[in-house]
Design a protein around this ligand. Structure first.
Ligand code: FES
Length: 125
């Protein structure tokens, strides 16, 4: 069955505390390993055209290198201006030494308000 997941890296490509820009799902994706949990979001900031792979990684957050907005990597939600739109997140699955990324999803304002947003958390197999 095709569930839309594609391999983007090997686990050794992204050790804990590191990030990697990959191409998949028709876009550039920022793949992050934060304390053994893999998270994936759009690599391009939602404010302007900046590569988040050039930003600063702090745990589950990435700070944009251009104007400094900080995004929650689990939800894609910007926590500081000037960015206002959330990044898309991508579900991540680890199969053996392979890291796979699934189709994009974006948190809605309703889900933010109700706390029922879907995360991009790793689903080990
Ligand atoms: S381009 Fe990212 S905050 Fe402006």
């Amino acid at each position: 069955m095709d569930d839309g997941f594609v391999q983007v890296a090997r686990t050794t490509d992204v050790p804990p505390g590191k990030m990697l820009k990959v191409a998949a799902q028709g876009t550039e994706i920022l793949l992050v390993n934060t304390e053994g949990e893999y998270l994936a979001v759009d690599n391009c900031c939602t404010h302007e055209d900046a590569s988040l792979a050039l930003g600063a990684l702090h745990g589950g957050y990435i700070r944009c290198p251009l104007h400094g907005s900080r995004f929650d990597l689990r939800t894609g939600i910007p926590l500081e201006e000037p960015a206002e739109e959330p990044l898309r997140t991508f579900p991540v699955r680890v199969e053996g030494e392979s890291v796979l990324v699934g189709p994009a999803r974006r948190v809605t304002q309703e889900k933010i308000n109700t706390g029922t947003w879907v995360t991009g958390k790793t689903t080990p197999v």
